[in-house]
Write a protein that binds this ligand. Sequence first.
Ligand code: CLF
Ligand code: SF4
Length: 323
Amino acid sequence: MPEEDNSTNKTDSGPAFDEELLRKIAEHPCYDKKAQHKFGRIHLAVAPKCNIQCNFCVREFDCVNESRPGVTSKVLTPQEALEKTEQIRADYPFIKVVGIAGPGDPLANDATFETFELIKNKFPELTLCMSTNGLLLPEKLQDLLRVGVSTLTVTVNAIDPEIQAKIVNHIVYHGKVYRGVEAAEIQIKNQLEGIKAAIDAGLVVKVNTVLVPGINDKHVVEIARKLNELGVYIMNVMPLINQGAFADIEPPTAEERKTVQEACEPYVMQMRHCRQCRADAYGLLSQDMSQMSEERRKLIKIQTKEDLEKAREILGKDGKEEA
Ligand code: CLF
Ligand code: SF4
């Protein structure tokens, strides 16, 4: 069961957002705790490749920096992703965010940009969201801006290279394999530079941190301090899913995670309602429709239509514009 949701809604640090961006935050189920009950997201699994190897990752599953492992998501082409969005948007208009979160690293896949471009042209009102390990962020930021991404998640599991070297086995950067502290230094540098540049360019940045007991648990508050300096909007401390090389590490208890979140809260707003969803999830965070029976999906569709009709009726009676 997810923990009780008690995050606050705004930090003092970070840039001021314009009205359009404030609307997007208010309708984003991950960025605004109140939005999670009203608005949904669709994840488009168009990004199979990854350029790093985290020690808690088993490649055949979704990127666990953002997702929970399950049956491998079916990888879609950009055109299939557009068609899926058209179909789901028509039936479930409460979906306001289109995210790409794997199953690998979105920035390591050209299909990510192609897909966002197609979605932006067809649905300019939707919020485009992406999650990355940050290795390629400095060099891909302009492309993200061009295709209209406005909310961005970067996974930062350590800002100390000695600690990061225990979490990531190797990275592949510009065609070369790096390991250990050298790999960690490159990734951390790119993550922090990329986050700073993204915030300066007006993106609303969230940071995910996977809490790994005995490895980064004492260090996470130091990350939070850094995020405060950078102007990160919200931080999501996620529990380790113990698999791969970290299969023997005991995941943190709910209490341990809560203690870390409380220590980080003075520096950066904490997200406490994450569902560690799949790279092909859609619907409300609490109702992943990709895992539902056809019957349940139909019920939600009918309910959505009825709700819309009711809203139109009420607005009509008040003499206001139709919803
Ligand atoms: Fe998806 Fe992530 Fe965007 Fe949300 S999920 S890319 S910010 S639209 Fe949300 Fe899912 Fe948690 Fe991610 S609940 S795993 S935080
Ligand atoms: Fe796996 Fe994601 Fe790490 Fe890549 S970034 S190795 S997909 S957890």
